[in-house]
Design a protein around this ligand. Structure first.
Ligand SMILES: NC(=O)C1=CN([C@@H]2O[C@H](COP(=O)(O)OP(=O)(O)OC[C@H]3O[C@@H](n4cnc5c(N)ncnc54)[C@H](O)[C@@H]3O)[C@@H](O)[C@H]2O)C=CC1
Ligand SMILES: O=C(O)C(=O)Cc1ccc(O)cc1
Length: 381
């Protein structure tokens, strides 16, 4: 990794440093991953980095071979003993089936799943009357817009929340094993009931997905000229609109009650806002608009790591030519100037030959950073 790259990663916090530097693992025994796509192969890659023995299984022989080629684990053989832990990373609609099969095939193993919804698979497993002592549902709040082993990353879970849904019958050792995997992958642990989990992700993940997708769909009728004006605002609000529709039909369908409730409330806000804007001269209309917008300010300030923590930093904006190597050179220069980068964000418009890097630094070094960068020939805003 380049000096600049490692400086950036250092800024991401101690969890990453720990996960990438130490080769010891908390998890003991073999971990068997069923579903070797984005999530499964990422679990495999991260655990392999820590020296854990990982075996892989997928209904697609090509996917499992691909994940193994990327170094996410090896294929299970008939001689292999039972794994200590099975991680089910298949689509939500088959999760209960696959968990049930894993509990039957490996009776002494603990089984977890990483499905984005927690109540539906749990209720289905209960409905089947299975002994769920060895099952602990979980959900890492980390993902990418596209699935598949090819998109997998060992550091996908670093510094991300990982929800564990134990129930009162979950033995301490089973819980500890699932927690160990999450910690070995650099995640932070959170305990919730399946109901709490589904309501929470309905708000912070499922509603944003619907809003982002519907917003992006509005662009279909826009002219090329209008699209050419798009900037950071549109990009920020539509990033997740590239997500896989097939996966999201399953997630939203499985969590429809909380999501429909949230969408109804959102539709009311939208109607209230639209009414006020239709006739801003009516009494109280401007105040209603302002109240809704400032509620947005208060809401966004609650997002951890976004406005909360970044307010500790100053941002500097550096213009960069849209040519290969420019960003690398900037990061190297920052490293050589002894300026620690706390965060990095890139902006560039399609068609423009220039973009800018927004770099968060400690307030006490911001002024020197600008002066020194300008001296090295960089243009700042
Ligand atoms: N994509 C994301 O951003 C996130 C996804 N999740 C959850 O992780 C799980 C996996 O999602 P991804 O890795 O994104 O999907 P993916 O499509 O990349 O991988 C799923 C894999 O499961 C395999 N599979 C399907 N049915 C199977 C079966 N019956 N037996 C064995 N293998 C089977 C597929 O062939 C595929 O390789 C889903 O439950 C999803 O809700 C959780 C967090 C984030
Ligand atoms: O929504 C987010 O914040 C993501 O980063 C992507 C994502 C999608 C699905 C999940 O189950 C969990 C995370």
């Amino acid at each position: 990794m380049s000096a600049a790259g490692s400086q950036f990663l250092k800024a991401q916090g101690s969890a990453l440093e720990e996960s990438s530097s130490a080769l010891t693992a908390r998890v003991r025994g073999t971990v068997h991953v069923i579903g070797a796509g984005l999530l499964g192969a990422s679990v495999g890659l991260g655990l392999r980095d820590r020296g854990v023995d990982v075996t892989l299984e997928d209904q697609s022989p090509t996917t499992v071979a691909l994940a193994a080629d990327y170094g996410a684990g090896r294929l299970r053989t008939a001689q292999d003993p039972e794994p200590s832990l099975v991680v089910v990373a298949t689509p939500p609609d088959v999760t209960a089936d696959v968990v049930a099969r894993a509990l039957a095939s490996y009776p002494s193993a603990v089984v977890t799943d990483v499905a984005s919804v927690k109540l539906a698979p749990y209720l289905e497993l209960q409905r089947r009357g299975l002994d769920l002592t060895n099952y602990v549902g979980s959900h890492p709040m980390a993902g990418r817009e596209r699935g598949g082993a090819i998109m997998a990353r060992a550091d996908l879970f670093v510094a991300r929340p990982w929800v564990i849904c134990r129930d009162h019958e979950t033995p301490a050792e089973a819980l500890a094993l699932v927690e160990s995997v999450a910690l070995d992958l650099g995640a932070t642990l959170l305990e919730m009931t399946p109901e709490e989990h589904d309501r929470s992700v309905g708000l912070v993940s499922h509603l944003p997905q619907v809003v982002s997708s519907l917003l992006a769909a509005r662009l279909l009728s826009a002219t090329e000229q209008a699209i050419g004006l798009a900037g950071g605002g549109l990009r920020d609000t539509t990033r997740i609109a590239s997500s896989d529709p097939e996966l999201w039909v399953q997630i939203l369908g499985a969590n429809r009650e909380p999501v429909v409730e949230l969408l109804d409330a959102f539709a009311q806000d939208l109607a209230s806002f639209t009414d006020a804007l239709r006739d801003p001269a009516q009494t109280g209309a401007r105040r209603r608009i302002a109240d809704l917008l400032s509620s947005g300010n208060s809401g966004v300030a609650r997002i951890p790591g976004k406005h909360g923590s970044s307010e500790r930093f100053s941002t500097i904006q550096v213009l960069i030519d849209d040519t290969p190597g420019q960003l690398g050179r900037l990061l190297t220069d920052l490293g050589e100037l002894g300026i620690n980068m706390e965060d990095l964000r890139l902006e560039h418009s399609p068609g423009a030959q220039i973009g800018f890097a927004e770099i968060a630094v400690l307030p006490e070094v911001a002024e020197r950073a600008v002066t020194d960068l300008v001296e090295l020939g960089w243009r700042t805003l």
